[in-house]
Design a protein around this ligand. Structure first.
Ligand code: AMP
Length: 420
């Protein structure tokens, strides 16, 4: 062990488990790639103001959880705590929305940082795959994104997740509701912090996890009863589209989510095997965000799914992904001359697209064959002086133990035929 450890709240992805993480990222991205979403990558840090304005000055993320830093040049930066504000900033900066082809559909994958109290499923460094559809107000787009996340989870073999759905209204109906909710909340017995929240962001009080607070919230006005006609109609269409595609959801009138920028559709994917950190992904519509960060009006919708928690969900359900072995062929040279020749054969196999590894480190035959078996390879290519003198190598099936000589100059073909 070295003197150093991974910082608190973080962990390393190492083989063989890291293969599951890659597969989860790929599985979440696959439906997006099939649906017109282009890949976007933004820096790991941004101007702190982008998040303060974009995520919301009153959110836990901005007030408590951001890793901020001042550069030697005096810039105030923050490690990104989430993806949406950055992706929208990048799209606006590149004028993607002006190319005349709205919505701009983008997907991303990367590391995010929040200074949270670490526990199982809650880390200070975590990984998300996200998708954003920028510049269109269309219930089919909200439904598309929910369906794509649903299909991604299903493709991984997950079953025990639920989709919670709500509408947060818009600039027409939310202000009146907000005022009604504030009136109600001011009559409750709440601590100072929560009281402050009533002024800044009363909807988030609904999200309070404490039982003492939840008890008092019985009878609180619900946004669903205050939606304007346009929001009601929009939400109904999202619900109908999901139902038509066989995607089950639960209406959750208290679903608010921790970020300020959501309007209308909000949703969360929860998994019942994860204990308190049960949200595996979430998202919604954020029609006002572009203007909040200095852009034009661009109604948009998106989600982010947590890779770490999705892996935990797979574990909770006992789902083993069918991961192909990283190595198909393992080469074992017997002697110096064979070493030189087989190294060339390994390079040739790799260039032909066959995943191949080699017994490095001058191992004896026994250790080399052990390494071959451990690698998960299906075939071993073994050669000694006598084989080479005959222009052949031994191709050994590591499952059946069957071994045959094949010509060295026909190795790629012989291996390809065996691997199918
Ligand atoms: P949020 O932006 O908070 O809605 O997060 C979207 C998803 O990212 C969540 O549903 C989680 O799966 C994941 N996530 C958020 N914060 C953390 C964290 N601290 N540790 C692990 N995963 C997280």
């Amino acid at each position: 062990m070295s003197t150093f450890k991974a910082p608190r709240g973080t962990y390393d992805l190492i083989p063989p488990d890291s293969a599951t993480y890659l597969a989860v990222r790929d599985a979440i991205a696959a439906p997006l790639k099939r649906s017109g979403y282009g890949y976007v990558e933004t820096p790991g840090f941004e101007n702190v103001e982008l998040f303060a304005r974009g995520v919301g000055e009153s959110t836990d993320i901005v007030t408590k959880e951001m890793y901020t830093l001042t550069t030697k040049g005096g810039d105030q930066l923050a490690l990104r705590p989430e993806g949406t504000a950055s992706v929208l900033r990048a799209a606006l900066e590149a004028n993607l929305h002006k190319a005349g082809n709205l919505p701009v559909k983008l997907w991303y994958s990367g590391s995010y940082y929040r200074y949270e109290r670490p526990q199982k499923g809650r880390y200070r460094h975590f990984s998300q795959v996200g998708a954003e559809a920028i510049g269109a107000e269309d219930p089919a787009l909200d439904a598309e994104l929910i369906i794509l996340a649903h299909d991604a989870y299903r493709s991984l073999g997950l079953r025990n997740f639920r989709i919670l759905l709500n509408s947060l209204g818009d600039a027409t109906c939310r202000p009146a509701y907000r005022a009604a909710l504030q009136d109600f909340l001011r009559g409750l017995e709440l601590d100072d912090d929560t009281r402050r929240r009533i002024d800044i962001n009363p909807l988030r009080v609904l999200d309070d996890k404490r039982e003492a607070v939840q008890k008092q919230l019985v009878g609180a006005p619900m946004l669903g009863d205050h939606l304007c006609e346009a929001c009601k109609e929009y939400h109904e269409q999202v619900r109908e589209l999901l139902t038509a595609e066989g995607v089950a959801f639960e209406d959750d009138p208290k679903l608010v989510r921790g970020l300020d920028y959501y309007t209308r559709t909000t949703f969360e994917f929860v998994h019942d095997g994860l204990g308190s950190q049960s949200a595996v992904g979430g998202g919604g519509r954020y029609d006002g965000l572009s203007e909040m960060i200095g852009g034009p009006a661009l109604p948009s919708v998106g989600w982010a799914l947590g890779v770490d928690r999705t892996v935990l969900a797979l574990e909770a359900e006992g789902v083993e992904l069918d991961l192909p072995s990283a190595t198909s062929v393992f080469a074992v040279p017997l002697g110096e001359e064979a070493r030189r020749v087989l190294f060339g054969a390994v390079t040739g196999l790799r260039r032909a697209g066959v995943a191949t590894d080699f017994a490095y480190g001058g191992k004896g035959v026994k250790a080399a064959m052990k390494a071959a078996n451990r690698s998960g390879a299906r075939l071993a290519v073994i050669a000694g002086e006598r084989d080479l003198a005959e222009g052949v190598v031994q191709l050994k099936d590591l499952e059946s133990g069957e071994q045959t000589a094949v010509p060295l100059d026909g190795l790629v073909e012989a291996v390809s035929a065996r691997l199918g």
